[in-house]
Write a protein that binds this ligand. Structure first.
Ligand code: ATP
Length: 215
């Protein structure tokens, strides 16, 4: 069985926390490949303030350059309208052989709002969910989000929940990363350095294209 990870987000811009999550997921879940999937039109964010999709893709490509199992997917750029995860999961299921197990990575801040996602109850039919703790965002625990949003799931082991006939929910064990794209944008807005928060190549790209106020 091939194991494929899917990591959706706005990536405006991609930061070291995203890569740390990707590396922890590769290791702990023994993934064969991890797709970073930037949202062309994130349903939960104000589109006017988002860096154009091709720039976010280009920065992701720079960020994953050293890791052969990280791949950037532009699939959400091929669809019009809001980028819904349910449609992206359907795309990957259609395009891969049957013997692929999918793992969708999601930060706890986003998972805590999962009931606002399109057809959220069906998401787990297509992929297991892997939740990354994010103490900097002061969310409730993974266990309490599972209990509230997926009440028919029960604990199977420490950090694992299951329901008969559906995919599992996992809590990814990794040291928390306090980095966020908002933190990067705020620092840039104040004219501060961001090189320590970003993968190599990304700060220079931001400066070269004068994105997010980088100078
Ligand atoms: P913003 O600050 O603009 O909201 P972000 O840092 O959350 O951005 P996104 O691209 O929106 O970055 O995140 C993609 C996914 O990665 C989301 O599920 C988010 O919760 C998760 N994520 C991003 N950074 C972290 C982090 N440091 N720890 C845990 N999860 C994270």
């Amino acid at each position: 069985m091939k194991k494929t990870g899917l990591f959706g987000g706005t990536f405006d811009p991609v930061h070291n926390g995203h890569l740390a999550i990707g590396r922890a997921a590769l290791r702990q879940l023994a993934l064969d490949v991890l797709y970073f999937i930037p949202a062309a039109s994130p349903p939960h964010k104000d589109e006017r303030r988002i860096t154009p999709f091709p720039h976010r893709v280009a920065m992701l490509r720079l960020a994953v350059a050293g890791e052969p199992r990280f791949v950037v997917s532009e699939v959400e750029g091929l669809r019009s309208g809001p980028s819904y995860t349910i449609d992206t999961l359907a795309h990957f299921r259609r395009s891969r052989e049957r013997e692929t197990e999918f793992f969708f990575l999601i930060g706890l801040d986003a998972f805590a709002e999962i009931t606002t996602w399109k057809r959220y109850g069906e998401l787990l039919h297509s992929a297991s969910f892997v939740v990354i703790n994010r103490p900097s965002h002061g969310c409730q625990s993974v266990a309490s989000v599972v209990a509230g949003s997926f009440p028919d799931y029960e604990a199977e082991a420490e950090g694992v929940w299951k329901k008969e006939g559906s995919n599992r929910i996992y809590s990814l064990a990794m040291a928390p990363s306090p980095v966020s794209s908002s933190m990067v944008r705020q620092r840039l807005g104040r004219g501060e350095a961001v090189d320590d928060l970003l993968p190599p190549g990304v700060p220079a790209y931001l400066r070269q294209h004068r994105l997010l106020g980088a100078a």
